[in-house]
Design a protein around this ligand. Structure first.
Ligand code: SF4
Length: 217
C-alpha cells in the first residue's frame, strides 16, 4: 500500500476499533477483522459445532465465500436465495433459518456507539438476528459504520443500501429508478421492518465482526 492507502486504512481501523469497543460494552461478542479473510476464517472456526447454517441473503456474507467451505464440511445449508426454489420452498427454508444452529447475516448500518440497524421487507433476516438461532454471526464492512445516532443509521440505509438492493432484486420502487428514497408507498417497498439492536439480546449468542474493507452496500 502507498502512503495514502496506508493512512486511509489506519483511519478506518480507528473507527472499526471504536465500534468494536462500543459493541463489547453493549455485551456483544465483537471482533475487529483486518481483512475479509479473517472474518471468513472466524466463521468457519465458529461453525465447527453447527449442523445447520442459515444465510440471511447478505452480499457481505456471499463475498466471503464461506458457503462452499461449510458445505464441504457436511453442514446443512439453509439458503433461500437460489432462483430454482419455489415460493413454498423459500418460505420453508426461511422458517427453518429461525431455528438453525448458526445464522450468518450482514448489517445495513452500525453506529460507532455499537447499535445494529437493519431494514427488511419480509423480516425473516432481522428476526433471525435477535432470537431463534443458537448462534448468530453478523459481518459489517467499514462502509456500514455511522458516526451518529440510530436515526442517522436509518438514513444511511435508505440512501446507500436500499436503492441498490431494490435494483438488484428487481423491485419496482422509486429508489431503484432514481437512487434516492422518496418514502414510497409502493407495493414493492423494501422498507417494512426496521430494527435497532442496541444490546446483545438476552438468549442469543450474537457475534459482530467489523471488517476493515468495504463490503456489500
Ligand atoms: S421507502 Fe421506498 S423509496 Fe425509500 S428506500 Fe424504501 S423502498 Fe426505496
Amino acid at each position: 500500500m502507498g502512503m495514502t492507502e496506508d493512512l486511509t486504512y489506519w483511519t478506518h481501523e480507528q473507527k472499526c476499533l471504536k465500534a468494536v469497543e462500543s459493541l463489547a460494552k453493549n455485551s456483544f461478542t465483537a471482533l475487529y477483522c483486518p481483512t475479509p479473510q479473517a472474518a471468513a476464517d472466524y466463521i468457519i472456526t465458529n461453525a465447527a459445532d453447527s449442523v445447520t447454517v442459515g444465510f440471511g441473503g447478505s452480499m457481505s456474507i456471499v463475498s466471503l465465500g464461506v458457503e462452499q467451505r461449510l458445505q464441504e464440511q457436511g453442514k446443512e445449508i439453509l439458503n433461500h436465495a437460489s432462483p430454482a426454489l419455489s415460493r413454498d420452498e423459500k418460505m420453508e427454508i426461511m422458517r427453518r433459518q429461525l431455528t438453525c444452529d448458526l445464522f450468518l447475516s450482514g448489517c445495513n448500518a452500525l453506529t460507532l456507539n455499537g447499535e445494529l440497524v437493519n431494514i427488511d421487507a419480509t423480516g425473516n433476516r432481522v428476526a433471525a438476528m435477535f432470537f431463534g438461532p443458537r448462534r448468530v454471526i453478523v459481518v459489517a464492512g467499514r462502509n456500514k459504520l455511522v458516526d451518529g445516532t440510530p436515526q442517522n443509521a436509518i438514513e444511511r440505509v435508505k440512501a446507500w443500501a436500499t436503492p441498490p438492493n431494490s435494483k438488484r432484486l428487481n423491485f419496482k420502487t422509486p429508489c431503484a429508478d432514481t437512487g434516492f428514497c422518496s418514502d414510497c408507498n409502493s407495493p414493492d417497498r423494501l422498507c417494512r421492518v426496521t430494527t435497532i439492536i442496541d444490546r446483545k439480546p438476552r438468549f442469543t449468542d450474537l457475534h459482530v465482526l467489523i471488517v476493515n474493507a468495504d463490503m456489500g452496500f
